[in-house]
Design a binder for this molecule. Structure first.
Ligand code: SF4
Length: 466
């Protein structure tokens, strides 16, 4: 991959600003559940090479698959340790002692565990032993292993004009454009690094599929969409015909469980019958995913009907039917065509979801776009260009031309803090890269500041950028 010079310039500027002021380490921006950690692990976000607690190097040759039955979290994995490839299962716990607390050491289902991962460990040495008295290699996972910005930051800085608004007003417009563009490229570079870790762990197609699914989850349901795409990987799901594939998607999502046929209209009843005719055969083997802490937690409150995850899952099903058209322009940066890709996404259609918001809603009078312009824009910003720009840097010029379609609270907050009510604020929000650059500056400076701007180094250091 080719290094991106503007991204590098912004990173050096930011890190110089923070040197001696605060430690700028990647990490968990917010507390995470075990399910979220498992998803991060499986996506390859922690990397694939580690040092065990007894000092040996271990490489993950195959991340395996999420286990839907009794036993460890991941099965069918392969690790390379002491020069030997060892196949078996992987277990991830919040704390090393969970192995004994949850009696895994006495459970024969855990006898094939080849690697025990955890985030916390006691001070005294703790051993992971199976019921057959095998000593299992251990790896302590740390937040610092994760690429920067891996977890979205939901905190908001206060809504008021910041101390940097005055110097930003007085700066040459070209210098303001330059810092925003550089911050945008840095943001794209971070997304690219995260996506390419996933490519390294699972291959290009699976990484793209997972990233697109995540984008369909919007902000609040990204995690369940990512886990769904991990539990039902392409290699498994594209082998199925469309009806079976859809039954798996809706069944594993948990959406079929709470819907009573008698509460639905005739068209939905017939669709449900079609899904259940496949799902009932599979359901018993997936019990682990439909219960307790392994159940996907969908955020359904304050969601617009058009963004409901059931409808977005319908869009994912349609996207998988047209998978070849979706992946071909991304398979190789020299074959990229924004127009063709955009058209493939905008023309997706589904006989049920074209006219339904949810499984319980009545049919709409007119067909609704399954994937609209704004979602395509998000997919371009979060999947296509982060994948392709480092492979073909001339695509950066194409990225710079993308208009800003998404209006969100974070962008509005960033504009208010950095520009106040100056007209300049409007000039620098017209393009997608403007928004992305402002968000990056906002996250790097405003969200790091606890002094109501008083100690923020950004305003003084701006003149060095000029
Ligand atoms: S925290 Fe820094 S970057 Fe954010 S508004 Fe205040 S001065 Fe500007």
């Amino acid at each position: 991959m080719t290094p991106l010079p503007l991204a590098d310039r912004y990173a050096r500027f930011r890190d110089a600003v923070f040197s001696g002021v605060a430690e700028h380490l990647p990490g968990f921006a917010e507390p995470m559940t075990e399910l979220q950690l498992q998803s991060l692990w499986f996506s390859g976000s922690f990397g694939s090479e580690f040092t065990t607690t007894d000092g040996r190097t271990v490489r993950i040759a195959d991340f395996g698959e999420w286990n839907s039955g009794a036993g460890p979290d991941f099965s069918g994995c392969a690790i390379v340790i002491d020069g030997q490839t060892v196949r078996g299962d992987i277990e991830l716990d919040s704390d090393a002692r969970d192995w004994e607390r949850h009696t895994h050491g006495a459970n024969k289902h855990f006898n094939h565990v080849v690697l025990h991962l955890f985030l916390n460990a006691p001070e005294e040495r703790f051993f992971t032993r199976t019921s057959e008295h095998h000593d299992v290699p251990q790896v302590l996972l740390q937040a610092a292993m994760l690429p920067e910005g891996i977890t979205p930051r939901t905190r908001l800085a206060s809504a008021r004009m910041g101390r940097c608004a005055l110097p930003l007003r007085e700066m040459e417009a070209s210098s303001v454009q330059s810092i925003i563009e550089s911050a945008a490229q840095h943001r794209l570079d971070l997304k690219s690094r995260r996506l390419h870790r996933s490519v390294a762990a699972h291959g290009r197609e699976q990484a793209v599929y997972q990233a697109l699914a995540q984008t369909l989850g919007y902000r609040r349901n990204q995690q369940p969409f990512a886990i769904l795409a991990q539990r039902l990987p392409l290699k498994k799901i594209t082998r199925l015909d469309a009806a079976k594939r859809e039954a798996w998607l809706f069944g594993v999502s948990g959406f079929l469980e709470g819907v009573r046929s008698e509460d639905t209209e005739p068209a939905t009843r017939s669709y449900l019958r079609q899904l259940w005719s496949e799902w009932w055969k599979l359901r018993s083997g997936m019990g682990r995913w439909l219960d307790g802490h392994q159940l996907l937690r969908w955020q359904l409150s304050a969601i617009r009907p058009g963004n409901h995850p059931q409808r977005r899952l319908g869009a994912l099903a349609a996207l998988l039917r047209s998978w070849s058209a979706i992946i071909t322009p991304l398979a190789d940066a020299t074959r990229w065509s924004q127009a063709a890709w955009r058209e493939s996404l905008l023309s997706l259609s589904h006989e049920f979801w074209d006219t339904h918001y949810t499984l319980l809603a009545e049919a709409s009078e007119k067909p609704l776009a399954l994937i609209g312009e704004t979602r395509v824009q998000e997919m371009l910003a979060n999947v296509a260009y982060p994948l392709l720009v480092p492979e073909r840097t001339r695509l950066w010029a194409e990225y710079l031309e993308l208009p800003a379609l998404l209006d969100n609270q974070k962008v509005r907050r960033a504009v208010l803090r950095l520009f106040g009510d100056a007209p300049r604020g409007r000039d620098f929000t017209k393009k997608l890269h403007h928004q992305q650059g402002l968000l990056q500056i906002y996250e790097d400076f405003c969200l790091e500041d606890d002094s109501a701007c008083a100690d923020c180094p950004f305003p003084e250091r701006l003149k060095e950028w000029s």
